[in-house]
Ligand binder design. Sequence first.
Ligand code: RFL
Ligand code: PHB
Length: 389
Amino acid sequence: MRTQVVIIGGGPSGLLLGQLLHGIGVDAVVLERQTRAYVLGRIRAGVLEQGLVGLLEQAGVAGRMHAEGFVHDGTLIAHDNDMFRVDFAKHTGARVMVYGQTEVTRDLYDARAACGARTVFDVEDVRITGADSDAPEVSYTVAGTRHTVSCDFVAGCDGFHGVSRRSIPEETRREYEKVYPFGWLGILSQTPPVNDELIYANSPRGFALCSMRNANLSRYYIQCSMADRVENWSDDDFWTELKRRLPDQVLSQLHTGPSIEKSIAPLRSFVTEPMRWGRLFLCGDAAHIVPPTGAKGLNTAASDVHYLFEGLSAFYRDNDPEALDRYSERALARVWKAERFSWWFSTLMHRFPDQSPFDLRMQVAELDFLRSNDAAQRAMAENYVGLPY
Ligand code: RFL
Ligand code: PHB
């Protein structure tokens, strides 16, 4: 089999790239390790930057998002028993879209099926060969049969645990990592959201986040120990702990109910450099991870897709490799800023096990500064709505 671009990974990065390429007549095959149902069962991101909204429009998959998503002009930051608002629209003129990653992925799979583009599910043992030559190949096994696809380029969109990053020789890769000493316990519940905007809370008992998917579907997170197990948290335990971490003024609006999903996610900052090796290009979680506090993971994956799509378009349209040659440098410049923002916001909002009284005072001073300083709010708003591509 032959195609122009093999996309490894059918998550949001791979599917978005595939749809954009389809729009300019470039043939691509998506190889996904899981089933479609499994990918659509994962509950992840909820906040989309305008850049990602624009890419979904460009890919022709924005209809349902515009009909069902919620535009948010700002967010609330709670500290102890108090709360203040950062107004994105006032400070930047931009807004964010609240629409679940699960729905984005569903829209992309539907569009892919509708245009007849090829997706292979349940692939095992994916191997990339010849990425440092002009004739790369990707081989994989499905239902016991081995297949090989030759191509011009390979897009490694297979997430943090994929094969693409590990296919780059160790001596050419540099990796930067910070693991945080806690996780997030998240639940999804069919209850109306506690508030019409997100609430990020720093409380003496640890971080909490109130988010949502729609008018009757809420997503809540609390900081937990990495030693915690989901099975040890009943729904009642979760709600009790969440209430202890939110300011009194919102408690009367908190609707509790049975959870329909419950999971624990670790918090990690990670970047690999470079994001390209020969004809293999890494996109999204395959190349970098952020702690979810800044809502930057999916959005940074989208900016990678933007730069890679620009490079591939110029290559196929004008036979010009310059933008592909600059892919890693351009993508990483934005990745590191998203890393910085996510690290800063995570450090500001969580309780760390080894936090000294001095560290705590620094957090209070920084929160006070953010509450009262327009420039600080503007800097936060610019990062939250997304830095320009
Ligand atoms: P994904 O989504 O991990 O998709 C990779 C796909 O590749 C497949 N795969 C393979 N396929 C073939 N062969 C192999 N060897 C393969 N190995 C893996 C996998 O099955 C999968 O389908 O990566 P992608 O596409 O780069 O997308 C990245 C985003 O999923 C991720 O950054 C975000 O979900 C992070 N994130 C958030 N990002 C935001 O921008 N805003 C948010 O509000 C936000 N909230 C979150 C989050 C992530 C969370 N978790 C669970 C880590 C909240 C949480 C709780
Ligand atoms: C979510 O809704 O899942 C969500 C929202 C904002 C974040 C992280 C996760 O910062």
